[in-house]
Design a protein around this ligand. Sequence first.
Ligand SMILES: CSC[C@@H](O)[C@@H](O)C(=O)COP(=O)(O)O
Ligand SMILES: [Zn+2]
Length: 220
Amino acid sequence: MSEYQEHLARLEEKQRAYAELAEVKELFASRGWFAGTSGNLSVRVGGFEPGDFQFAITASGKDKSKRTAEDFLLVDQNGKPSEPTALKPSAETLIHCEIYRLTGAGAIFHIHSVYSNVISEWFWERRSVPVTGVELIKGLGIWEEEAHIEIPIVPNYADIPRIVPEITDALQPRLPGVLLRKHGIYAWGKDAFEAKRHLESFEFLFEYVYRWELLQGSRR
Ligand SMILES: CSC[C@@H](O)[C@@H](O)C(=O)COP(=O)(O)O
Ligand SMILES: [Zn+2]
C-alpha cells in the first residue's frame, strides 16, 4: 500500500468510526443514558500494523444529546490525541485504553444509569452482582442453561488512573463488562453492534435485579 493509499484508508476508517459513534450516541441519548454530560463511547480504528491501533472517542464534557462537528477525536493506545486538535479526550480515556489492552475489543461503551448505580451500591460488599438463569444473560454471549454470572464491581475514584488497576484485577474473561461503584457500567464487544448488545443486556439485568430485590423486600 502506498503512503497515500494508507492515508486514504485511515481517513475512511476514521469516518466510519465517527459515524458509528454518532449513531450510538444519538440512540443512547434518546434513552436518557447521558445525563448531565456523563458517559463516553469509543470505537477502535486501524490495525494497519500489528499492535498499532488507535481509537475514536467522545470528547470530554460535551452535551452528548447534541450532534456537533466536535464530538469525537482520535487517540493512540496511551490515550493521547493522535492528531492536532483543540478537543480533550474523555476524562476516562485511560479506562478505555486498559480495556482495549486486556480484551482486544473493537468498541467500548460507558453510560451512567440509576439502575447500575443503585445496584452497584446494593451489592458493593460482595464486589459483584449475581444473576442466575435470566434469558438476557444470552445477550452477553453466555448460552448455558440456568447460567450464573457475577458482574464485577470496582471502586470509583476521582483520580481515574487509580481505577485502572482495579479493572485489570476484576475483569472476567467471559463477561464483557464491569460496573463502577455508584458511577455506571462499561461494556465492550468485538464491534459497535456487539458492544451495544452487551450494554443493553447489562442494563436490562440491572433493572431486573433491582426490581426483583424490591419485590423480595416487600414480601418479608
Ligand atoms: C459529568 S459526570 C460524568 C463524568 O465525571 C464521567 O464519569 C463521564 O462519564 C463523562 O466524562 P467525559 O470526560 O465527558 O467522558
Ligand atoms: Zn463515567
